[in-house]
Design a protein around this ligand. Structure first.
Ligand code: ZN
Length: 117
C-alpha cells in the first residue's frame, strides 16, 4: 500500500525520496510536467531506455477511461444528469486531470518495471 502512495506521489521507486518531476506542469499555462532524468537522491534512471515511456501512453488511456466511467456513473446514475451534460462533464474531467494523468501514468509505468536492483 505504501508503494501505491509513493507511486501516486511520483516518488523514485528505488529510494522513495527523490521526485520524478522537477516541474509539475500547469494546464492553464499549457506547460507539460518536466521529468528528471535521474533521481537526485540515489541516481536511479527513470527512463530505462529511449522510448521507454511510449508504453505509459496506454496506462494514460486506461486512467482517462476509468475517470470518464467514474464521472458517468457519478453524474448519470447517482445524480441523474442528462446525457449531454454527462458527456460535457466527462470530457472536462479528462482535460482537467490531463497533467495528473501524464505524471501518474509514467510513474505507474516506472513502478511496473522496477525490479529492485
Ligand atoms: Zn531515488
Amino acid at each position: 500500500m505504501a508503494n501505491v502512495i509513493d507511486m501516486l506521489k511520483c516518488k523514485c521507486p528505488n529510494c522513495k525520496k527523490g521526485k520524478m518531476y522537477s516541474k509539475l506542469g500547469n494546464l492553464l499555462l499549457f506547460k507539460a510536467p518536466k521529468m528528471n532524468a535521474l533521481c537526485k537522491e540515489c541516481n536511479f534512471k527513470f527512463e530505462k531506455e529511449p522510448g521507454f515511456f511510449f508504453g505509459a501512453m496506454f496506462v494514460s488511456y486506461a486512467l482517462v477511461a476509468a475517470e470518464m466511467i467514474a464521472s458517468v456513473v457519478l453524474f448519470k446514475f447517482l445524480l441523474g444528469f442528462s446525457y449531454i451534460n454527462v458527456v460535457i462533464i466527462a470530457i472536462t474531467t479528462a482535460i482537467l486531470l490531463s497533467t495528473i494523468n501524464f505524471r501518474v501514468s509514467r510513474s505507474i509505468w516506472v513502478y511496473m518495471f522496477y525490479s529492485g536492483d
